[in-house]
Design a protein around this ligand. Structure first.
Ligand SMILES: *Cc1c(COP(=O)(O)O)cnc(C)c1O
Length: 473
């Protein structure tokens, strides 16, 4: 503990902001840093020292040493202030469409076009052949129709918006019949009953949690019925004694009673994953062919594009949606549009889509390939040569994520890492604090790196993170 007199003498040594600012002026580290950032960092560094002195936590040192300690602290603060909050991270969780880590990565050729559109003027809403105002939606409408087989298409900001917009346009002030087993909640508080309420439509739930029959829908039909809605369960599954009404049966019922039928596919895919040894997911093309009047799905889940809400269906309904003023509020941004168009173009050739769209490539990645990468990382970690590190190559399953294929377990290869003297939670935290952050998972007091979702060029980052870590502990 410092005495009051000592504390006073310490506090007197504390330099002013101007004095430290003067020192930073001749230090090349601060050359391109805005002065406001430097001043703010100096203030906070001095405040912290003052606080430490008052609490008796500051060793009494020479004034010049104190100043250089403060300058070092200012450098750390400046580095933090200059790093964007939104930054790249390594996804070592094995969850391919990881909502918290940005869902889908864009293909490199898609990014190239995106950068071009971002930095130049474009024909976003300009019809080049007519020389007058055009529609931003036109850039993706044709290709969406071409791939899905639908009559018409349009896109908004995200799928939650797409569902809201469709319900409001088709069923405002009317009732919408949905099976009780399909009243899902998706992460980030998207709940079908709440979206329904917001749209001004009235929910008419039918059936039970596990079983819903066609007669339940028929029994609920009334004059006010405006829509039959089918929702993909996305992130859960009903197994055991179950029954549900197929889209085909609903479409037939809708045709008979002249009531439109909508399907919220959630993830939405153009590719039949069962061809690649994965589980069957209903494709957009199948839903269109089955006769749904309108179908909504996400751009950044299994599709592997940017965040977007895609709506395909019958022309008369899509035309009504385009007229709805809410469409303007959910308008898709030009960068998203550029990325979406680029991604959709890759779907013209399925094998190309699988090769080039990262989400599809990771989902269909051969386990041998993952094992090779795991072995490569293990070798790099072992070459650090720290005897405290225990590294094992193990077999685990990865997941599709993003509210898709919840039961699917993709056989994968992981590294299980332990460092003697360091708990797994500490290890996990230090990896998370690293630049770039490395996000893995914990299992039985070990840190697990699933190589399925680690990009090849990220392997050296991980090795370097461990190298830096063992030097510090
Ligand atoms: C994910 C999902 C949504 C929401 O889509 P976003 O693109 O996240 O807005 C809506 N409905 C279902 C069934 C979903 O799976």
């Amino acid at each position: 503990m410092t005495t009051n007199a000592e504390q006073q003498s310490l506090l007197r040594k504390l330099p002013g902001v101007d004095r430290i600012l003067e020192q930073t002026k001749c230090d090349p580290f601060f050359k391109d840093i805005p002065v406001s950032v430097v001043v703010e960092s100096i203030r906070s560094a001095i405040d912290q020292r003052r606080q430490a002195m008052r609490e008796g936590n500051q060793v009494n040192v020479e004034a010049s040493l104190l100043e250089s300690q403060i300058v070092a602290q200012v450098k750390t603060a400046v580095s933090m202030a200059m790093t964007p909050n939104l930054r790249p991270a390594v996804n070592a969780t094995g969850v391919v469409v990881h909502t918290n880590l940005g869902r889908s990565l864009l293909a490199p050729e898609v990014v190239e076009n995106l950068v071009m559109i971002a930095s130049r003027y474009s024909n976003l809403e300009y019809d080049l052949s007519a020389g007058r105002r055009g529609s931003r939606y036109s850039h993706v409408e044709d290709i969406l129709c071409e791939i899905s087989g639908a009559e018409s298409a349009m896109v908004v900001n995200n799928n939650a918006g797409a569902v809201l917009l469709c319900l409001e346009t088709i069923a405002r002030d009317k009732t919408v019949i949905v099976s009780r087993g399909e009243l899902v909640e998706i992460g980030g508080s998207f709940r079908i009953p709440d979206v329904m309420a917001k749209s001004g439509a009235t929910l008419r739930e039918v059936g039970t949690t596990n079983r819903t029959h066609l007669k339940d829908y028929i029994g609920a039909l009334e004059n006010e019925t405006g829509l039959l809605l089918k929702v993909h369960r996305s992130n859960y599954s009903v197994v055991g004694f179950t029954a549900e009404v197929s889209l085909r049966e609903l479409a037939k019922l809708g045709t008979t009673h002249r009531i439109p039928v909508m399907e919220d596919l959630g993830s939405g895919t153009f590719i039949d994953f069962s061809k690649y040894g994965l589980m069957k997911e209903p494709t957009v093309q199948e839903s269109v062919a089955t006769g749904a009047d309108v179908i909504t799905f996400s751009g950044d889940k299994l599709l592997g594009g940017p965040q977007a809400g895609i709506i395909v269906g019958k022309k008369n309904i899509i035309d009504q949606i385009k007229q709805n003023p809410t469409t303007r509020a959910l308008r898709i941004d030009k960068l998203t549009l550029a990325a979406l168009e680029g991604t959709l173009r890759l779907y013209r050739d399925e094998s190309q889509a699988i090769r080039q769209i990262p989400t599809l490539r990771m989902l269909t990645r051969p386990v041998q390939d993952i094992e090779t990468q795991a072995a490569k990382l293990a070798a790099q970690l072992k070459s650090i040569g720290d005897a405290r590190m225990q590294i094992h190559l193990i077999e685990r399953s990865s997941r599709a994520g993003g509210g898709a294929l919840p039961l699917l377990e993709l056989p994968s290869r992981c590294l299980r890492i332990r460092i003697q003297g360091l708990s797994a939670t500490e290890l996990e935290r230090m990896m998370r604090y690293h630049t770039p952050p490395i996000i893995g998972r914990l299992e039985e007091n070990a840190f697990i790196i699933d190589l399925r979702t680690v990009q090849d060029d990220e392997i050296p980052f991980i090795a370097r993170a461990f190298e830096a870590l063992v030097q510090r502990v």
